[in-house]
Design a protein around this ligand. Structure first.
Ligand code: 2AM
Length: 175
């Protein structure tokens, strides 16, 4: 059976992706880690793993029935997880709408056999991978705000060593 590596996520607008890439270049040493490409900067809501067509269809149907207001996302926090080697941007206070949406998608995924991490959900945008064991983080005080009007299902494809995320479907949040 053909499977795809899928995840639900929030997209970031292209101008914000560019601003984050510039800020990252200005604030992190080249040896800090491997930068995630601008177009790949996103915030994962629920990771599904390798999923077959039938499960994908069911989860998309459930996603299409979600009725929830949009929310403002404030990116004003950063951190380093040495174990997975990730440097991330996140929120000092995650919006309730974001937590509700992620919680629902994660519960639906789990009910359809997509095992969810036992770790508490920590919304984040991965900036660097393969991060060094010690990374100097920029001082707090940075802040980007973006209004979230939809969420999406992505497929992760690796071709010739390069990861690309392809949006398979998008669903609106209420305005
Ligand atoms: P990360 O950025 O923290 O690595 C596509 O790989 C997306 O799914 C990434 O945002 C990644 O999170 C997330 N992801 C990959 N494997 C995961 C896992 N086992 N549990 C939760 N999220 C995962």
């Amino acid at each position: 059976m053909a499977t795809q590596r899928l995840f639900f996520a929030l997209e970031l607008p292209a101008p914000l992706q560019q601003q984050l890439v510039q800020w990252r270049a200005d604030n992190f040493a080249a040896e800090a880690g491997k930068p995630v490409e601008a177009a790949n900067l996103h915030l994962t809501l629920a990771f599904l793993g390798e999923v077959g067509d039938e499960t994908s269809r069911k989860l998309q149907l459930l996603a299409s029935r979600i009725v929830q207001p949009g929310f403002a996302l404030d990116l004003d926090d950063a951190g380093h997880w040495p174990r997975p080697g990730v440097v991330w941007l996140g929120c000092q206070r995650a919006p309730r709408g974001l937590l509700q949406l992620a919680s629902l998608l994660r519960a639906q995924a789990a009910r359809h056999g997509c095992a969810q991490s036992a770790q508490p959900f920590h919304p984040h945008v991965t900036l660097l991978r393969h991060a060094a064991s010690q990374v100097a983080l920029p001082a707090r005080g940075f802040h980007w705000r973006t209004d979230i009007h939809h969420f999406a299902l992505f497929a992760s494809n690796v071709t010739r060593g390069r990861t690309r995320y392809q949006a398979l479907a998008r669903w609106p949040l209420l305005s």
